[in-house]
Design a binder for this molecule. Structure first.
Ligand SMILES: Cc1ncc(COP(=O)(O)O)c(C=O)c1O
Length: 332
């Protein structure tokens, strides 16, 4: 189904699964602490509507899902109805073991929703091998336009799901007494679709497929390994999340301590790097619970993609040395 973005795709899932599963008190929905807000808030709203309880996978200090803690807590159990997880973290870069976690969720009869916003642009994707029941992604993260996202779903599940938005195109028959609905995907695509955006997304998919997702993943792996090598060697820069390029995407978040030992605010880091021609993001990257869990308010994040070169990583490393010294009172 085409949606406006990944957030709408995840809201569609949460809105429709509530009545389908007849969720109520005693039922549990599981997310993780490293989720983007888009994969937290729709489930919080669903819990508020139904009385279901939201439970969380924690992360280890190394930025991986804490599977031992989840096991010890009995996180996945007979009350679990939905497990909704990011495949790749937009903040830590962590690639979660979604296939194994989906198998565990299915073993207790739960449905599996995957936020693949950071995965579909970067990895070859086989939704069936992954074990996803529903999977969301977004155009603007994959050299495509804004204003378009996708919710993929298992067709037999989609056929049982009630609509999210009502309007033209999603109906079968409308009478004054009530309406019947079209079969999926039309049931979930009310109104005039985002036509230009879908054409743009199609062009992006053709472009990425033409290069080859295997090649894109291999390039990203190499550039991430190089970036980690460079950043981990810098005094005053602390990388959050996995420090090795194994099961790790290209987003690298970090904090910076000035040459005289004070933490530099990520917005200051961002602005100084910008003045050196290096664009990073500063803030909580729509992952506030994760930052709280790590004991910080915000971080800086460098992201690489298929076009990132080693020379650009060198420019980032040089600019970080400059920032660290500049804020520590050392003029270079
Ligand atoms: C992991 C993840 N989930 C969800 C989103 C939300 O995507 P959108 O802004 O298209 O709704 C993003 C990116 O912004 C993301 O990185």
């Amino acid at each position: 189904m085409f949606t406006k973005n990944a957030s709408e795709a995840l809201n569609l899932a949460a809105y429709s699964l509530g009545p389908l599963l007849k969720l109520g008190p005693g039922d549990e929905i599981v997310v993780s602490v490293l989720e983007h807000h888009s994969n937290i808030v729709p489930w919080q709203l669903l819990c508020e509507r139904t009385g279901a309880r939201l439970r969380w996978y924690d992360v280890t200090d190394a930025g991986r899902l804490d599977l031992d803690k989840a096991e010890a807590e009995g996180l996945i159990n007979e009350r679990t109805r939905i497990v909704s997880l990011a495949w790749v973290s937009n903040t830590l870069g962590t690639v979660n073991p979604v296939a194994a976690l989906a198998a565990a969720a299915h073993a207790v009869g739960a449905l599996v929703v995957v936020d693949a916003s950071q995965a579909v642009p970067h990895l070859p994707v086989d939704v069936t091998a992954l074990g996803a029941d529903l999977l969301a992604f977004t155009g603007h993260k994959m050299v495509g336009p804004t204003g378009i996202g996708v919710l993929w779903g298992r067709y037999d599940l989609l056929e049982t799901m009630p609509p999210f938005l009502g309007g033209g195109e999603m109906i079968e028959v409308v009478r004054m007494e009530g309406s019947t609905f079209a079969r999926p995907p039309a049931r979930f695509e009310a109104g005039t679709p985002p036509i230009a955006e879908a054409v743009g997304l199609g062009a992006a998919v053709d472009y990425l497929s033409g290069i080859g997702m295997d090649r894109i993943a291999a390039h990203e792996h190499a550039i991430t390994a190089y970036a980690l090598d460079r950043l981990l060697a810098l005094d005053g820069v602390s990388v959050l999340g996995p420090r090795e390029a194994v099961d790790r995407g290209g987003a690298i978040s970090f904090t910076v301590t000035s040459a005289d030992g004070f933490e530099v605010h990520p917005h200051d880091v961002m602005q100084l790097l910008d003045s050196r021609g290096v664009a990073v993001r500063g803030g909580h990257h729509c992952a506030r619970p994760l930052h709280h869990r790590l004991g910080i308010q915000a971080s800086s994040r460098a992201s690489s993609y298929l076009y990132t070169t080693p020379a650009e990583i060198d420019a980032l490393a040089d600019a970080l040395v400059y920032a660290r010294d500049f804020f520590g009172g050392i003029r270079r």
